[in-house]
Design a binder for this molecule. Sequence first.
Ligand SMILES: Cc1ncc(COP(=O)(O)O)c(C=O)c1O
Length: 386
Amino acid sequence: MRVADRIGKLPPYFFAKLGRRIRELKAEGRDIILLDIGSPDLPPPDFVIEEMYRSVQDPDRHGYGGYYGTPELRKAVATYYQTRFQVRLDPEKQVAILIGSKEGIANVALAFVDPGQTVLVPDPGYPTYGMGTLLAGGVPVNVPLLAENGFLPDLEAIPAEVARSAKILWLNYPNNPTGAVAPLEFFSRVVDFAKRYDLLVCHDNPYCDVTFDGYVAPSFLQVPGALDVGLEFNSLSKTYNMAGWRVGMAVGNATAVEALSRTKTNIDSGIFLPIQDAASVALTGDQTWLEVRNQIYQERRDCILETLKQIGIEASTPVASLYIWAKVPEGYDSGGFATRLLEQAGISITPGSAFGPHGEGYMRISLGMSTQRIHEAMERLEQFVY
Ligand SMILES: Cc1ncc(COP(=O)(O)O)c(C=O)c1O
């Protein structure tokens, strides 16, 4: 059987491959601590689960979920953006409901990228920006994120002809995998850059409410002119511990929202209504519990950083995101170190190279695992000889 050429260009999704090796080790009786994938271990708050429970018992909530999401959920997204970022959105024209943001991140390329066109993607970065581009027949062009620039892209270093021929510029702050954050001043420069080169800016913001040490993450849409050029992807996965529920949104420029929605309506048929009902309640209900949850992540972060320091591994202290981005020790590449850690210590982390060539030399450690298991992993790490 011959699969399409475009599939030939796609590597298997990294975490799917890693998962297979972990299953083999577990089958051999090994206890593996998973600090690789960014899936929150904690549940959503009770009031969200109760709304799901109430809605699922309603016989009228079992049909198709509607192509554009329920009006209530679109309104809830607009209310959340107004309250959280003071960004005013028209729920009819500037909000698209997604089956998790990953779905929209991949589909936006079908809406904007013709075969052979280029897309600027951060390196290291969340792999779906580039994979969605490839699926649409486009060509991802890596934009390096370097430690010396605070893991922000150096816009002026992008050659004018490269910027001019690109369709989309992808950004993601708070950043996966580096944990870096971006100031509003940077977003203003991005708006100017996008206007100069006629680019759609896709800002991916799923970690905006996973923050520590009092840091408050902005929305790209807060800066003047952003709505002219920008689409922001967001998600309930990390903010509300709802990764498995599959619900997210794309908000911003009305033309971009319409193009993405038109693409989606031809591919999917919406989200299960009780999930949309629970998502509406999550976005508009009490948000104070997030502080307690973030405090838990912050304690895990500090525990991991303490151990890394003790064993001589260099890492910066993230004020947001679910990750610690640490240097792999001298003498290893990131894949080799990750394999050794998995096989010898039973700790699974993500090698930086999984996020692009500029991720080489780093590893990503996730905070989405129970505090007790993180303590156990740190005890193993203290004994680990590298
Ligand atoms: C930067 C980034 N964007 C998007 C996603 C996808 O999130 P969702 O669960 O909304 O599809 C992730 C998930 O890890 C992510 O790290």
